[in-house]
Design a binder for this molecule. Structure first.
Ligand code: SF4
Length: 253
C-alpha cells in the first residue's frame, strides 16, 4: 500500500531523477495543452545544451534534477498501460531530449504501446531529429526558435552554429509530419525584425506560435533586473500580424 502511494506521488507532478541508467526525467501525468488535439502526459528529460535566461526548468536545464524520488522504468510503462483510454499521446520534452542517449529506445518503447509521440526540441541537433523522423519514432515535432539564428551566441549558447538551427527547420518542414515552431517573445532577444526574419525562414509553416513570457523561476534571474522584457498583448498581436504574412498560421499563446 505504502509503495502504491509512493508511486502515485511520483506520477502526480514533475518528478525524477533517473528511471533508466543514464536517463533522468520527470513526469507530468496529464496535460490538455502540450500535444495539440490530445490528452497527453509529458516526460521532462534532464539536461540541456542551451542557456536561455528565461528557461522555466532551471534544474532540468542544468542537468541536475533535484527531485526527491526516482522512478523505475517499469513504473512509466505501468502508468501508460493503466491510463490507456484516457491518455492518447506522450510528449517528450526537456531539457533537450535529443541529447539523451536513450531517446531512440524510449520512443520505440512508447510507440510500441500504441502511443503517438510529440517531441519538443531546441533544434540544436538536426541529425538526431532527422533520424527520429526517418525511423518513424516521432509523430509531431515542436521546435523553439529562440531568436535570429545568427544571434544565438553568446546568450542562448556559446558557439552556436546557425546552420544547425536552419537544418532542423528544413528537416521538420520537409518531414511530412505535423509540426510547430515557437518563439518566446522577450525583449531584447525578440523584436519586429527578428520575428520578420524568423517568419521568412519558416515561410509557409503549418503553425508558428508566439509565446508570452511569464516570469516565474528562471535560469538567469539577473537577466530580468530591468522590468522591460515583457510584451503587452497589443504588441504581441502586432508581432503576430508581421509573422502571419509569411506563415500558414500564427497564434499567440
Ligand atoms: S528553455 Fe529549453 S532550450 Fe532553453 S535552456 Fe531551457 S530547456 Fe534548454
Amino acid at each position: 500500500m505504502e509503495t502504491e502511494k509512493k508511486d502515485a506521488d511520483y506520477l502526480s507532478g514533475i518528478v525524477g531523477p533517473s528511471f533508466r541508467q543514464g536517463l533522468k526525467c520527470g513526469l507530468q501525468k496529464n496535460s490538455f495543452i502540450d500535444y495539440p488535439g490530445k490528452i497527453s502526459c509529458v516526460l521532462f528529460l534532464s539536461g540541456c545544451n542551451f542557456n536561455c535566461p528565461y528557461c522555466h526548468n532551471p534544474e532540468l536545464a542544468k542537468g541536475y534534477a533535484e527531485f526527491p524520488h526516482s522512478m523505475k522504468e517499469s513504473k512509466l510503462y505501468d502508468f501508460l498501460e493503466k491510463h490507456r483510454g484516457f491518455l492518447d499521446g506522450v510528449v517528450i520534452s526537456g531539457g533537450e531530449p535529443t541529447l539523451q542517449k536513450d531517446l531512440f529506445w524510449l520512443c520505440e518503447k512508447i510507440k510500441s504501446m500504441g502511443y503517438p509521440v510529440k517531441m519538443d526540441t531546441n533544434g540544436s541537433r538536426p541529425r538526431v531529429i532527422a533520424s527520429l523522423i526517418d525511423k518513424k519514432l516521432v509523430d509531431y515535432v515542436a521546435m523553439d526558435i529562440k531568436t535570429d539564428p545568427l544571434h544565438y551566441s553568446p546568450l542562448i549558447k556559446k558557439d552556436c552554429d546557425p546552420n544547425d538551427i536552419l537544418s532542423s527547420i528544413r528537416i521538420i518542414m520537409e518531414s511530412g509530419l505535423p509540426y510547430e515552431f515557437k518563439t518566446t517573445c522577450i525583449k531584447p532577444l525578440v523584436d519586429e525584425q527578428v520575428v520578420e526574419k524568423i517568419s521568412h525562414l519558416i515561410d509557409g509553416a503549418m503553425l508558428y506560435v508566439l509565446q508570452q513570457f511569464r516570469k516565474t523561476e528562471v535560469l538567469h534571474p539577473e537577466f530580468f533586473r530591468k522590468d522591460m522584457y515583457n510584451y503587452s498583448d497589443d504588441e504581441l498581436a502586432h508581432l503576430r500580424d508581421i509573422a502571419a504574412v509569411q506563415v500558414g498560421k500564427c497564434i499567440v499563446r
